[in-house]
Design a protein. Structure first.
Length: 132
């Protein structure tokens, strides 16, 4: 008997966002396909820096927390339409030098078999806020 894939809906994206806010790498990975891609907000390529596959995704996700140890994605709004979805939020984080980022962002998702196959992140290019 085959098991039905998990339901892809706004609640799933809300749960994914909650895992980001907990900095829970294992929970995040449970939402991703084995061959998933993460296109970060910055990097040398057209899509930013791309992390593909389980180990690369782990590296890419952890890099967000290394760069911003207090990273948080607030005021989330999520929707799903077929095999695509969007999460909009306010990203807040502080770098080691004390400068802070607070900017609206979106993640655009592509789903496959009830999981996230592509996470493509975009963030407003707002200048860093001065250290407190």
């Amino acid at each position: 008997m085959t098991q039905a894939p998990p339901t892809v809906n706004a609640q799933m994206l809300q749960d994914f966002a909650a895992a980001w806010n907990r900095h829970d790498l294992e929970a995040l990975m449970s939402f991703m396909t084995d061959d998933a891609e993460f296109h970060a907000i910055a990097g040398p390529d057209l899509l930013g820096r791309t992390f593909k596959g389980t180990e690369a995704l782990r590296e890419g996700f952890q890099l967000a927390w290394k760069t911003f140890p207090d990273a948080a994605w607030l005021d989330g709004d999520h929707f799903v339409c077929g095999d695509r979805g969007v999460s909009e939020s306010t990203f807040c984080g502080t770098k080691a030098d004390g400068s802070r980022v607070e900017a609206r962002m979106v993640d655009v998702f592509t789903f496959k078999n009830g999981k996230i196959a592509v996470k493509n992140a975009y963030r407003k290019d707002r200048p860093a806020l001065a250290a407190k």
